[in-house]
Design a protein around this ligand. Structure first.
Ligand code: AHR
Length: 325
């Protein structure tokens, strides 16, 4: 903001001196305010959720008149660090990013702070102790999402005394949603010893990862009752593995996932998934509001939590025609 104000002031002085020299007054009715420049480092394009999130951010920046410099890190922290350093060099006004993993950000965030460039965390958190390294964090409560998945399971098996064998497809290792969704889920199911996680591995939030890991789970375990996938895409990949093994998803193996993207909702409406906990990717408009405030030096809340719901098979059927992503 300060840098832009100085530029505007200088532009004003130039215009004033041109006018004094008899310049074209028709074009000198006052300096125009410059656009805010936002550098955004995205995780990648690993899932349907991520694609919808990217579209939301790009559309919202356009609508808000914000100049967006967008960089795709292809799920690599080193690429995100490079992108952030490049944004600092380019002297953008605000940096926002969705950190692929939680740890290892302090050095680059300190570089942004030393250069007076405010940072906004989007979608995923970092584990930095120094919270002055960023202005705010907008995104879902991933622990709550994991709890909601666990609560569905507890309700689903409330009348059974048999052991319930669970396979878990985790998100990207070290990422906030993988850590928190596991934590929330295990907190809830841990209250009843009949629930047992018999297999748990990362599928990196991708469809291909979900399929490959589920195939391995099915070879090693003949007695999986439930699949808990940390996102729809891994659940969709796992569907292929389950059907490939001659089993019926949604019946032989019940499936609970997180996200509620259109393909996931279709699988739920078709009876192949049993429950989805929503995680909204439509963060763009709120992010742009925060960018404007942070750029203007206004105080913003430390945490902005996205509002989300859950879907049963019947609710998915009703919601599908209106689903935006
Ligand atoms: O950080 C949000 C998660 O990242 C979404 O649940 C998942 O689909 C994405 O890849």
């Amino acid at each position: 903001m300060l840098r832009r104000a100085t530029a505007v002031l200088l532009a004003g002085l130039v215009v004033a001196s041109l006018s004094a020299c008899g310049g074209d007054e028709g074009d000198s009715g006052g300096a125009k305010d410059e656009k805010i420049t936002l550098g955004f480092s995205q995780v990648g394009a690993e899932s349907g959720w991520r694609t919808a999130n990217t579209t939301s951010i790009q559309d919202a920046a356009k609508a808000a008149g914000i100049d967006l410099k967008f960089s795709d890190a292809q799920q690599k922290q080193e690429n995100q660090i490079k992108a952030i350093r490049s944004f600092i060099q380019q002297r953008v006004d605000v940096i926002a990013f969705s950190p692929v993993v939680e740890s290892g950000w302090d050095t680059v965030l300190k570089e942004a702070k030393d250069n007076n460039i405010p940072v906004i965390l989007t979608d995923r958190a970092v584990d930095s102790k120094d919270t002055s390294l960023y202005k705010t964090f907008i995104g879902s409560d991933f622990v709550l999402e994991g709890k909601k998945a666990g609560e569905w399971l507890v309700e689903e098996y409330k009348d059974s005394t048999d052991q319930v064998n669970i396979a878990e497809l985790q998100g990207t290792t070290g990422s906030a949603p993988a850590i928190d969704r596991k934590q929330g889920f295990t907190e809830v199911i841990g209250a009843d010893p009949k629930f047992k996680i018999i297999a748990s591995q990362t599928g990196d939030f991708t469809r291909a990862g979900g399929k490959e890991v589920m195939e391995a789970f099915l070879k090693a375990h003949k007695d999986i009752d439930v699949l808990y996938a940390h996102n729809d895409d891994m659940g969709l990949g796992a569907l292929e593995a389950i059907e490939g093994a001659g089993l019926t998803p949604g019946k032989d193996i019940k499936i609970v996932t997180v996200d509620a993207v259109r393909d996931g909702m279709k699988a739920l409406a078709d009876g192949k998934f049993n429950y989805i906990v929503e995680c909204s990717p439509l963060l763009g408009p709120q992010l742009m509001e925060l960018v404007k405030k942070v750029d203007a030096g206004e105080t913003v809340p430390e945490r902005v939590v996205t509002e989300e719901t859950t879907f049963t098979q019947e609710q998915a059927k009703a919601a599908l025609p209106e689903r935006q992503y």
